[in-house]
Design a protein around this ligand. Structure first.
Ligand code: ATP
Ligand code: MG
Length: 381
Protein backbone atom coordinates (compact mmCIF):
# COMPACT_ATOMS: atom_id res chain seq x y z
CA UNK A 1 0.00 0.00 0.00
CA UNK A 2 1.50 3.38 -0.97
CA UNK A 3 0.43 6.81 0.22
CA UNK A 4 -1.78 7.62 -2.79
CA UNK A 5 -3.45 4.19 -2.82
CA UNK A 6 -4.23 4.60 0.88
CA UNK A 7 -6.01 7.88 0.11
CA UNK A 8 -7.99 6.20 -2.63
CA UNK A 9 -9.03 3.44 -0.21
CA UNK A 10 -10.31 6.10 2.21
CA UNK A 11 -12.25 7.79 -0.58
CA UNK A 12 -13.68 4.44 -1.65
CA UNK A 13 -14.96 3.71 1.83
CA UNK A 14 -16.53 7.17 2.08
CA UNK A 15 -18.12 6.67 -1.38
CA UNK A 16 -19.50 3.28 -0.34
CA UNK A 17 -21.38 5.02 2.48
CA UNK A 18 -22.82 7.51 0.02
CA UNK A 19 -20.41 10.39 0.64
CA UNK A 20 -18.41 12.34 -1.91
CA UNK A 21 -14.68 12.60 -1.32
CA UNK A 22 -11.69 13.94 -3.28
CA UNK A 23 -8.01 14.58 -2.88
CA UNK A 24 -7.56 18.35 -2.83
CA UNK A 25 -4.99 21.09 -2.32
CA UNK A 26 -1.23 20.94 -2.74
CA UNK A 27 -1.10 17.22 -3.41
CA UNK A 28 -3.11 17.56 -6.63
CA UNK A 29 -0.96 20.50 -7.78
CA UNK A 30 2.23 18.53 -7.14
CA UNK A 31 0.71 15.42 -8.75
CA UNK A 32 0.18 17.35 -12.00
CA UNK A 33 3.66 18.83 -11.73
CA UNK A 34 5.08 15.36 -11.02
CA UNK A 35 6.73 16.79 -7.92
CA UNK A 36 7.27 15.11 -4.60
CA UNK A 37 4.44 16.30 -2.38
CA UNK A 38 3.71 16.67 1.30
CA UNK A 39 0.56 15.54 3.00
CA UNK A 40 -2.57 14.34 1.25
CA UNK A 41 -5.67 16.35 2.10
CA UNK A 42 -9.07 14.82 1.44
CA UNK A 43 -12.27 16.89 1.21
CA UNK A 44 -15.68 15.28 1.75
CA UNK A 45 -19.31 16.12 2.39
CA UNK A 46 -19.28 13.69 5.35
CA UNK A 47 -19.40 15.55 8.67
CA UNK A 48 -16.43 15.18 11.05
CA UNK A 49 -18.38 12.84 13.35
CA UNK A 50 -19.28 10.61 10.40
CA UNK A 51 -15.61 10.46 9.40
CA UNK A 52 -14.53 9.60 12.97
CA UNK A 53 -17.12 6.84 13.19
CA UNK A 54 -16.28 5.35 9.83
CA UNK A 55 -12.57 4.73 10.44
CA UNK A 56 -10.96 2.83 13.28
CA UNK A 57 -7.97 5.07 13.87
CA UNK A 58 -8.71 8.77 13.84
CA UNK A 59 -7.50 11.88 15.62
CA UNK A 60 -9.72 14.89 16.07
CA UNK A 61 -7.14 17.32 14.73
CA UNK A 62 -9.26 20.39 14.20
CA UNK A 63 -12.89 19.61 14.73
CA UNK A 64 -13.68 23.32 14.77
CA UNK A 65 -12.40 23.53 11.21
CA UNK A 66 -13.90 20.20 10.22
CA UNK A 67 -10.64 18.24 10.08
CA UNK A 68 -10.18 14.67 11.23
CA UNK A 69 -6.85 12.88 10.77
CA UNK A 70 -7.38 9.34 9.53
CA UNK A 71 -4.57 6.84 10.11
CA UNK A 72 -4.52 4.14 7.49
CA UNK A 73 -1.73 1.57 6.98
CA UNK A 74 0.68 3.76 8.95
CA UNK A 75 -0.03 6.76 6.74
CA UNK A 76 -1.96 9.78 7.91
CA UNK A 77 -4.50 11.80 5.96
CA UNK A 78 -6.31 15.01 6.83
CA UNK A 79 -9.98 14.55 6.00
CA UNK A 80 -11.88 17.84 6.05
CA UNK A 81 -15.57 18.45 5.58
CA UNK A 82 -16.47 20.74 2.64
CA UNK A 83 -16.66 24.16 4.16
CA UNK A 84 -16.84 27.81 3.47
CA UNK A 85 -15.42 30.47 5.70
CA UNK A 86 -17.35 33.06 7.68
CA UNK A 87 -16.36 36.69 8.00
CA UNK A 88 -12.63 37.36 8.01
CA UNK A 89 -11.29 39.21 11.04
CA UNK A 90 -8.04 41.20 10.99
CA UNK A 91 -7.19 39.94 7.51
CA UNK A 92 -6.74 36.40 8.73
CA UNK A 93 -8.59 33.14 8.57
CA UNK A 94 -11.93 33.13 10.40
CA UNK A 95 -12.34 31.29 13.67
CA UNK A 96 -15.56 29.66 12.56
CA UNK A 97 -16.36 27.75 9.43
CA UNK A 98 -19.64 26.71 7.91
CA UNK A 99 -19.98 23.16 6.62
CA UNK A 100 -21.48 22.90 3.16
CA UNK A 101 -22.61 20.18 0.81
CA UNK A 102 -20.84 21.07 -2.44
CA UNK A 103 -17.28 20.59 -3.53
CA UNK A 104 -17.52 23.66 -5.73
CA UNK A 105 -18.01 26.08 -2.85
CA UNK A 106 -15.17 24.42 -0.97
CA UNK A 107 -12.96 24.92 -4.03
CA UNK A 108 -13.91 28.58 -4.34
CA UNK A 109 -12.67 29.42 -0.82
CA UNK A 110 -9.15 28.22 -1.70
CA UNK A 111 -6.30 30.63 -2.28
CA UNK A 112 -4.86 29.99 -5.75
CA UNK A 113 -6.22 28.25 -8.83
CA UNK A 114 -3.30 25.77 -8.75
CA UNK A 115 -4.38 24.81 -5.20
CA UNK A 116 -8.07 24.56 -6.10
CA UNK A 117 -8.14 21.29 -8.02
CA UNK A 118 -9.74 18.05 -6.90
CA UNK A 119 -8.68 14.52 -7.82
CA UNK A 120 -11.12 11.62 -7.82
CA UNK A 121 -10.21 8.08 -6.84
CA UNK A 122 -10.18 7.28 -10.57
CA UNK A 123 -7.50 9.89 -11.30
CA UNK A 124 -9.91 12.37 -12.83
CA UNK A 125 -9.19 16.05 -12.24
CA UNK A 126 -12.09 18.33 -11.35
CA UNK A 127 -11.24 21.88 -12.25
CA UNK A 128 -13.72 24.74 -11.71
CA UNK A 129 -11.17 27.55 -11.91
CA UNK A 130 -8.81 26.74 -14.83
CA UNK A 131 -6.19 25.65 -12.35
CA UNK A 132 -4.79 23.05 -14.72
CA UNK A 133 -4.13 25.65 -17.38
CA UNK A 134 -2.51 27.98 -14.85
CA UNK A 135 -0.25 25.15 -13.69
CA UNK A 136 0.74 24.49 -17.31
CA UNK A 137 1.50 28.17 -17.76
CA UNK A 138 3.27 28.34 -14.39
CA UNK A 139 0.98 31.03 -13.07
CA UNK A 140 -0.10 31.90 -9.53
CA UNK A 141 -3.60 33.36 -9.76
CA UNK A 142 -6.05 33.86 -6.92
CA UNK A 143 -9.42 32.14 -7.04
CA UNK A 144 -11.63 35.18 -7.62
CA UNK A 145 -10.77 38.84 -7.29
CA UNK A 146 -7.11 39.18 -6.23
CA UNK A 147 -7.60 42.42 -4.30
CA UNK A 148 -10.41 40.88 -2.22
CA UNK A 149 -8.66 37.55 -1.68
CA UNK A 150 -5.42 39.15 -0.47
CA UNK A 151 -7.40 41.63 1.56
CA UNK A 152 -9.45 39.02 3.43
CA UNK A 153 -6.38 36.91 4.30
CA UNK A 154 -3.04 38.69 4.18
CA UNK A 155 -1.07 35.50 4.68
CA UNK A 156 -1.96 34.54 1.09
CA UNK A 157 0.49 37.18 -0.18
CA UNK A 158 3.36 35.46 1.62
CA UNK A 159 2.11 32.09 0.42
CA UNK A 160 2.25 33.46 -3.13
CA UNK A 161 5.91 34.48 -2.67
CA UNK A 162 6.64 31.12 -1.09
CA UNK A 163 5.19 29.35 -4.15
CA UNK A 164 7.25 31.60 -6.45
CA UNK A 165 10.30 30.34 -4.59
CA UNK A 166 9.38 26.67 -4.52
CA UNK A 167 7.77 26.31 -7.98
CA UNK A 168 9.32 29.10 -10.04
CA UNK A 169 5.83 30.27 -11.05
CA UNK A 170 4.84 33.88 -11.75
CA UNK A 171 2.27 35.88 -9.78
CA UNK A 172 -0.21 37.41 -12.24
CA UNK A 173 -1.57 40.28 -10.22
CA UNK A 174 1.23 41.84 -8.25
CA UNK A 175 -0.54 45.20 -8.03
CA UNK A 176 -3.19 43.57 -5.81
CA UNK A 177 -0.38 42.55 -3.47
CA UNK A 178 1.15 46.01 -3.51
CA UNK A 179 -2.21 47.49 -2.51
CA UNK A 180 -2.63 45.06 0.39
CA UNK A 181 1.01 44.65 1.46
CA UNK A 182 0.57 46.69 4.65
CA UNK A 183 -1.94 44.14 5.95
CA UNK A 184 0.84 41.65 6.57
CA UNK A 185 1.46 43.64 9.75
CA UNK A 186 -1.75 42.07 11.11
CA UNK A 187 -0.35 38.56 10.74
CA UNK A 188 1.50 36.97 13.64
CA UNK A 189 5.28 36.89 13.37
CA UNK A 190 5.20 33.12 13.89
CA UNK A 191 3.23 32.66 10.66
CA UNK A 192 5.43 35.09 8.76
CA UNK A 193 8.56 33.30 9.96
CA UNK A 194 7.17 29.91 8.98
CA UNK A 195 6.54 31.11 5.43
CA UNK A 196 10.06 32.55 5.21
CA UNK A 197 11.55 29.30 6.49
CA UNK A 198 9.77 27.50 3.64
CA UNK A 199 10.60 30.20 1.11
CA UNK A 200 14.32 29.78 1.82
CA UNK A 201 14.08 26.09 0.90
CA UNK A 202 12.85 26.96 -2.59
CA UNK A 203 15.02 26.84 -5.68
CA UNK A 204 13.78 30.23 -6.89
CA UNK A 205 14.33 32.23 -3.72
CA UNK A 206 15.79 35.26 -5.48
CA UNK A 207 12.75 35.45 -7.78
CA UNK A 208 10.55 35.60 -4.66
CA UNK A 209 12.79 38.32 -3.19
CA UNK A 210 12.49 40.32 -6.43
CA UNK A 211 8.69 40.08 -6.25
CA UNK A 212 8.70 41.12 -2.59
CA UNK A 213 10.68 44.24 -3.43
CA UNK A 214 8.72 44.97 -6.61
CA UNK A 215 5.48 45.01 -4.61
CA UNK A 216 7.04 47.05 -1.75
CA UNK A 217 6.07 44.19 0.52
CA UNK A 218 9.41 44.33 2.34
CA UNK A 219 8.49 47.77 3.70
CA UNK A 220 6.01 45.97 5.96
CA UNK A 221 8.46 43.36 7.18
CA UNK A 222 10.31 45.52 9.71
CA UNK A 223 12.66 42.77 10.85
CA UNK A 224 13.69 41.61 7.44
CA UNK A 225 13.48 44.61 5.12
CA UNK A 226 17.16 45.66 5.17
CA UNK A 227 18.25 42.05 4.81
CA UNK A 228 15.91 41.58 1.85
CA UNK A 229 17.31 44.67 0.13
CA UNK A 230 20.87 43.38 0.58
CA UNK A 231 19.89 39.92 -0.64
CA UNK A 232 18.59 41.45 -3.84
CA UNK A 233 21.61 43.74 -4.22
CA UNK A 234 24.15 40.97 -3.77
CA UNK A 235 22.28 37.82 -4.89
CA UNK A 236 23.06 36.23 -1.52
CA UNK A 237 21.18 32.93 -1.37
CA UNK A 238 20.81 31.77 2.24
CA UNK A 239 21.36 28.05 2.68
CA UNK A 240 19.16 27.99 5.75
CA UNK A 241 17.16 30.16 8.12
CA UNK A 242 20.21 31.07 10.24
CA UNK A 243 21.96 32.50 7.18
CA UNK A 244 18.83 34.46 6.32
CA UNK A 245 18.61 35.87 9.85
CA UNK A 246 22.34 36.59 9.80
CA UNK A 247 22.16 38.76 6.68
CA UNK A 248 19.09 40.52 8.14
CA UNK A 249 20.99 41.21 11.38
CA UNK A 250 24.18 42.51 9.77
CA UNK A 251 22.13 44.63 7.36
CA UNK A 252 20.30 46.24 10.29
CA UNK A 253 21.16 45.47 13.91
CA UNK A 254 21.19 42.43 16.17
CA UNK A 255 18.17 43.81 18.07
CA UNK A 256 15.78 42.79 15.28
CA UNK A 257 16.63 39.14 15.97
CA UNK A 258 16.21 39.46 19.73
CA UNK A 259 12.54 40.36 19.35
CA UNK A 260 11.64 37.44 17.05
CA UNK A 261 9.65 34.45 18.36
CA UNK A 262 12.37 31.91 17.53
CA UNK A 263 14.29 29.43 19.72
CA UNK A 264 17.09 30.87 21.86
CA UNK A 265 19.76 28.63 20.34
CA UNK A 266 19.12 30.25 16.95
CA UNK A 267 19.40 33.73 18.46
CA UNK A 268 22.69 32.72 20.08
CA UNK A 269 24.15 31.48 16.79
CA UNK A 270 23.08 34.62 14.97
CA UNK A 271 24.61 36.74 17.74
CA UNK A 272 27.97 34.99 17.39
CA UNK A 273 27.87 35.51 13.61
CA UNK A 274 26.77 39.13 14.01
CA UNK A 275 29.56 39.93 16.47
CA UNK A 276 32.21 38.32 14.31
CA UNK A 277 30.99 40.23 11.25
CA UNK A 278 30.83 43.51 13.17
CA UNK A 279 34.46 43.32 14.28
CA UNK A 280 35.37 42.63 10.64
CA UNK A 281 36.96 39.27 11.06
CA UNK A 282 38.72 38.64 7.78
CA UNK A 283 41.36 36.22 8.95
CA UNK A 284 39.99 32.90 10.17
CA UNK A 285 42.75 31.61 12.44
CA UNK A 286 42.62 28.14 13.94
CA UNK A 287 41.84 29.40 17.48
CA UNK A 288 39.04 31.52 16.03
CA UNK A 289 37.56 28.56 14.18
CA UNK A 290 37.84 26.46 17.35
CA UNK A 291 36.13 29.07 19.52
CA UNK A 292 33.32 30.06 17.17
CA UNK A 293 32.60 26.79 15.41
CA UNK A 294 32.95 25.78 11.78
CA UNK A 295 29.47 26.75 10.66
CA UNK A 296 29.51 30.23 12.16
CA UNK A 297 32.89 30.94 10.54
CA UNK A 298 31.58 29.76 7.19
CA UNK A 299 28.56 32.05 7.47
CA UNK A 300 30.75 35.05 8.37
CA UNK A 301 33.03 34.22 5.45
CA UNK A 302 30.01 34.07 3.13
CA UNK A 303 28.73 37.42 4.42
CA UNK A 304 32.20 38.88 3.86
CA UNK A 305 32.26 37.56 0.31
CA UNK A 306 28.83 38.96 -0.57
CA UNK A 307 28.80 42.21 1.40
CA UNK A 308 32.51 43.09 1.52
CA UNK A 309 33.71 41.49 -1.69
CA UNK A 310 36.44 39.54 0.07
CA UNK A 311 38.02 36.36 -1.28
CA UNK A 312 36.17 33.17 -0.45
CA UNK A 313 38.07 31.35 2.29
CA UNK A 314 35.59 28.51 2.82
CA UNK A 315 37.99 25.85 1.56
CA UNK A 316 40.81 26.74 3.98
CA UNK A 317 38.37 27.22 6.87
CA UNK A 318 37.05 23.68 6.34
CA UNK A 319 40.58 22.29 5.92
CA UNK A 320 41.81 24.02 9.06
CA UNK A 321 38.79 22.81 11.00
CA UNK A 322 39.29 19.22 9.86
CA UNK A 323 42.93 19.40 10.90
CA UNK A 324 42.23 20.75 14.38
CA UNK A 325 43.65 18.22 16.88
CA UNK A 326 40.67 18.87 19.14
CA UNK A 327 37.23 20.07 18.10
CA UNK A 328 35.81 20.73 21.56
CA UNK A 329 37.25 21.44 25.00
CA UNK A 330 36.10 18.01 26.20
CA UNK A 331 38.39 16.40 23.59
CA UNK A 332 41.39 17.57 25.63
CA UNK A 333 43.21 14.68 27.31
CA UNK A 334 43.92 16.79 30.43
CA UNK A 335 40.69 17.60 32.28
CA UNK A 336 39.74 20.42 34.64
CA UNK A 337 39.77 18.21 37.76
CA UNK A 338 43.22 16.93 36.82
CA UNK A 339 44.42 20.52 36.74
CA UNK A 340 43.01 21.10 40.25
CA UNK A 341 44.77 17.95 41.42
CA UNK A 342 48.01 18.95 39.69
CA UNK A 343 48.11 22.42 41.28
CA UNK A 344 46.43 21.28 44.50
CA UNK A 345 44.43 24.49 44.71
CA UNK A 346 40.80 25.25 45.39
CA UNK A 347 38.72 25.47 42.16
CA UNK A 348 38.32 28.94 40.64
CA UNK A 349 38.49 30.82 37.38
CA UNK A 350 42.24 30.24 37.29
CA UNK A 351 41.43 26.78 35.87
CA UNK A 352 39.89 28.34 32.77
CA UNK A 353 43.03 30.42 32.19
CA UNK A 354 45.24 27.34 32.34
CA UNK A 355 42.87 25.37 30.15
CA UNK A 356 42.74 28.17 27.57
CA UNK A 357 46.52 28.25 27.46
CA UNK A 358 46.75 24.47 26.96
CA UNK A 359 44.01 24.53 24.30
CA UNK A 360 45.75 27.31 22.39
CA UNK A 361 49.06 25.42 22.37
CA UNK A 362 47.35 22.20 21.28
CA UNK A 363 45.40 23.91 18.51
CA UNK A 364 48.49 25.68 17.18
CA UNK A 365 50.29 22.34 17.12
CA UNK A 366 52.81 23.43 19.72
CA UNK A 367 51.74 20.79 22.22
CA UNK A 368 50.41 17.26 21.66
CA UNK A 369 47.00 16.35 23.05
CA UNK A 370 48.51 13.75 25.34
CA UNK A 371 48.13 13.51 29.12
CA UNK A 372 51.84 13.05 29.90
CA UNK A 373 52.98 15.71 27.44
CA UNK A 374 50.52 18.24 28.85
CA UNK A 375 51.60 17.37 32.40
CA UNK A 376 55.21 17.84 31.39
CA UNK A 377 54.36 21.18 29.86
CA UNK A 378 52.64 22.32 33.08
CA UNK A 379 55.60 21.18 35.18
CA UNK A 380 57.96 23.33 33.13
CA UNK A 381 55.67 26.33 32.76
P1 ATP B 1 2.38 22.68 0.60
O1 ATP B 1 2.79 21.81 -0.53
O2 ATP B 1 3.42 23.64 0.98
O3 ATP B 1 1.78 21.94 1.77
P2 ATP B 1 -0.32 23.44 0.11
O4 ATP B 1 -0.93 24.14 -1.05
O5 ATP B 1 -0.71 22.01 0.34
O6 ATP B 1 1.24 23.60 -0.02
P3 ATP B 1 -1.29 23.88 2.77
O7 ATP B 1 -0.95 24.97 3.73
O8 ATP B 1 -0.97 22.48 3.11
O9 ATP B 1 -0.63 24.30 1.39
O10 ATP B 1 -2.85 24.04 2.49
C1 ATP B 1 -3.62 23.06 1.83
C2 ATP B 1 -4.65 23.73 0.93
O11 ATP B 1 -5.52 24.55 1.69
C3 ATP B 1 -4.06 24.65 -0.14
O12 ATP B 1 -3.64 23.95 -1.28
C4 ATP B 1 -5.22 25.57 -0.41
O13 ATP B 1 -6.16 24.96 -1.27
C5 ATP B 1 -5.86 25.72 0.95
N1 ATP B 1 -5.32 26.88 1.70
C6 ATP B 1 -4.25 26.89 2.55
N2 ATP B 1 -4.06 28.10 3.07
C7 ATP B 1 -5.02 28.89 2.56
C8 ATP B 1 -5.38 30.26 2.71
N3 ATP B 1 -4.66 31.06 3.49
N4 ATP B 1 -6.46 30.71 2.03
C9 ATP B 1 -7.18 29.90 1.23
N5 ATP B 1 -6.91 28.61 1.03
C10 ATP B 1 -5.84 28.10 1.68
MG1 MG C 1 -0.11 20.78 2.03
Amino acid sequence: MNYLLGAKAIIELLNSKGYEAYIVGGYVRDYLLKRKSGDIDIATNALPDDVSNLFTKTINTGLKHGTVTVLHHNFSYEVTTFRTESVYVSNRKPEHVIFIKSLKEDILRRDFTMNALALTKDDEIIDYVSGKEDIQNKIIRTVGDPYLRFNEDALRMLRAFRFVSSLGFKIVDKSAIEMNAHLILNISLERVIKEFENMIKGEHFLAAINDIIETNFHLYLPHFKHGIINIQKTNFIPNDFIEFLAICAVSDSYEIIESLPIPNFIKKEVKVIYNMFEVEILDFTKPLIFRNGLNNCLVVNKLNVFLRNTNDQAKTIIEDYNNLPIKKQCDLKFKGDQIIEFYNRAPGIWIAEILDDIILKVILGELDNDYDKIKHYLLNK
